[in-house]
Design a protein around this ligand. Structure first.
Ligand SMILES: [Zn+2]
Ligand SMILES: [Zn+2]
Length: 224
């Protein structure tokens, strides 16, 4: 999947990529899903989520954004490697299955149409759709919209990211009454500071969602 070496299964990781993939398993932060040292409490939060509590309820990720996990996220985003999605989705489903209930609706983080033109597909929407196929939950691909093309957040610090996102997203008016009482599961490929996901979570909550959880493929463990 990540390096092109032939593997036994059609889509799998070779041994060295497997070793190079940091799966988020064991005891994880209840807000973002990164592994945390085993503790006595049932619910544990990582340092980052303790310092900056996110706007959503619970969150999970499949891998850390390092090594082969980072490579996979980049291949999906910039190299159109949609063939990786089925396997990535299996990992994401396993990570977030405990957060799903009969009221769940799945919503991807939106991409502005300018960026959509350049990139041709919204990787978050693809992941959301496939996750819904696997879990059987309803997917509202179009529930959130980005109305301002935000600047790329790559080199921004946390405060700049939050400012950059301010009022850049809205609820699609068609979904005005459709999130009431729902458990929303927000889907994105990568979580860095969580600014984008927090902005989405606030919109869903304002629309009456009872719970807002998130799942991402990869989590940047130590955002600066
Ligand atoms: Zn490999
Ligand atoms: Zn966390």
């Amino acid at each position: 999947m990540a390096c092109g070496v032939e593997t036994e299964n059609e889509r799998g990781l070779c041994q060295s990529c497997w070793v190079d993939t940091h799966f988020a398993t064991g005891q994880v932060c209840d807000s973002c899903g990164v592994p945390v040292p085993e503790g006595e409490q049932d619910v544990i939060h990582c340092d980052s989520c303790l310092s900056f509590p996110p706007a959503w309820d619970q969150g999970r990720c499949s891998v850390l954004y390092v090594g082969a996990g980072r490579k996979l996220a980049l291949l999906l985003k910039h190299s159109d490697r949609l063939d990786l999605v089925p396997e990535m989705i299996k990992w994401m489903y396993a990570s977030c299955a405990s957060l799903l209930d009969e009221n769940t609706v799945i919503i991807p983080v939106p991409l502005h149409r300018f960026r959509l033109l350049r990139r041709r597909f919204n990787q978050a929407a693809v992941l959301a759709q496939k996750l819904g196929n696997l879990s059987g939950d309803i997917v509202h691909v179009d529930a959130l919209r980005r109305i301002k093309p935000t600047k790329t957040q790559k080199n921004m610090c946390r405060d700049e990211r939050f400012k950059n996102l301010d009022q850049s997203m809205i609820l699609n008016p068609r979904f005005k009454d459709r999130l009431k009482g729902k458990s929303v599961l927000l889907v994105d490929d990568v979580m860095t500071t969580g600014a984008t996901l927090s902005a989405c979570a606030e919109i869903c909550r304002a629309a009456g969602a009872k719970k807002v959880n998130v799942v991402t493929f990869a989590r940047v463990a130590r955002p600066e």
